[in-house]
Design a protein around this ligand. Structure first.
Ligand SMILES: NC(=O)c1ccc[n+]([C@@H]2O[C@H](COP(=O)([O-])OP(=O)(O)OC[C@H]3O[C@@H](n4cnc5c(N)ncnc54)[C@H](OP(=O)(O)O)[C@@H]3O)[C@@H](O)[C@H]2O)c1
Length: 304
């Protein structure tokens, strides 16, 4: 019997690609969603986080739970209400999963939660490992609370893994299409000083890491999910322009302009995060896309 994987937020960017890759490997996949009525190829259970409700059969279905759900951090300006939604959608959902796992009879063997490298805050050129100090800005606070709630699942005797995701590169959503749009229109430019580090990961590699966390029982604890060669925003924009065969004509977009348009959300673009992949590499994991050129080429260069 193939293992059954329950994915919260499975309808999102990472969840959709991960579901495809799991199915290709012979797993059974179901999603836990706020809107199970939406068209989906996957068996979908309902939850309502605000009402503290989960369809109980979701928990009894699962051999592994992958927790990806959370209000999109970059979709809207960070008003006080939006900030509450960003926090509560992650913490209340993780808390609800914990409660259901504690109270129901189930056969879940492992719990794998996403988190983000935002936990390290604005860390300049320092290479941040899993043991590094945390930031104290909004995103760092979100991640700290998110992880401490997810971490409670370990108290139930379940193998628990937390993956701190870097900027996930995909051609169908997330940061890359937004960065590519101005470049395509001959209006690409580095953001802020352009010297801030971006720790990125190709969508297929992040999904392979989630799968590795299911399959390798030695995986336990916290891992940075980033490619081994982070680049500055300036380098990123330059390589993106190269691969898209566009010139970079415009001057840098000043930080104050981004701040005026995006408010506090501009931190997500202007903060520097240079994050180490060493712990994951030491587990024997190999990246299909270790270098940015290869990752970008996989999206933008026509295959022969
Ligand atoms: N993509 C990145 O670059 C990146 C980087 C660092 C960390 N992460 C984290 O990794 C996780 C997966 O990323 P992703 O890019 O796949 O996210 P995504 O595309 O935004 O999808 C997240 C899913 O969460 C559910 N969701 C949305 N708003 C919610 C809310 N208010 N309450 C509860 N559930 C909600 C939705 O599923 P339903 O509508 O089916 O409920 C949605 O499909 C997220 O938690 C994200 O913060 C992503």
């Amino acid at each position: 019997m193939p293992d059954k994987i329950l994915i919260t937020g499975g309808s999102g960017l990472v969840g959709m690609r991960l579901s495809e890759m799991l199915i290709d490997l012979g797993y059974e996949v179901a999603h836990l969603s706020r809107s199970p009525g939406k068209f989906s190829h996957y068996k979908t259970f309902k939850w309502d986080i605000k009402e503290h409700y989960i369809d109980e059969s979701a928990i009894t279905y699962a051999d592994y739970i992958i927790h990806l759900a959370g209000a999109n951090v970059a979709a809207e300006k960070w008003t006080e209400d939006r900030k509450k939604e960003i926090i509560k959608s992650r913490i209340d959902s993780a808390g609800l999963l914990y409660k259901c796992l504690a109270e129901s009879k189930h056969h879940v063997k492992g719990f794998i939660s996403s988190s983000a490298i935002g936990i390290y805050g604005n860390s300049g050129e320092n290479l941040m490992s899993e043991e590094s100090t945390y930031g104290d800005d909004f995103l760092a606070e979100v991640c700290k609370k998110w992880e401490s709630t997810a971490w409670k699942v370990k108290e139930l005797g379940l193998r628990t893994v937390i993956l701190r995701l870097g900027v996930v590169l995909s051609s169908v959503g997330g940061a890359l299409p937004q960065m590519a749009r101005p470049v395509k229109m001959f209006a690409g430019a580095p953001l802020g000083s352009g010297n801030q580090y971006m720790s990125w990961i190709h969508i297929d590699d992040v999904c392979r890491l989630f799968i590795r966390a299911i399959e390798d029982t030695q995986f336990e604890g916290v891992y940075n999910a980033v490619a081994p060669h982070p680049v500055t925003n300036k380098e990123f924009t330059k390589k993106l322009a190269e691969v898209m065969h566009r010139p970079l004509l415009l001057p840098k977009v000043p930080a104050f302009a981004l701040n005026m348009v995006l408010g506090e959300l501009s931190e997500a673009i202007l903060f520097s995060q240079r994050v180490s992949a060493n712990k994951v590499i030491q587990t024997g994991f190999t990246f299909e896309y270790a270098y940015l050129d290869e990752a970008l080429a996989s999206f933008y260069e026509k295959k022969a």
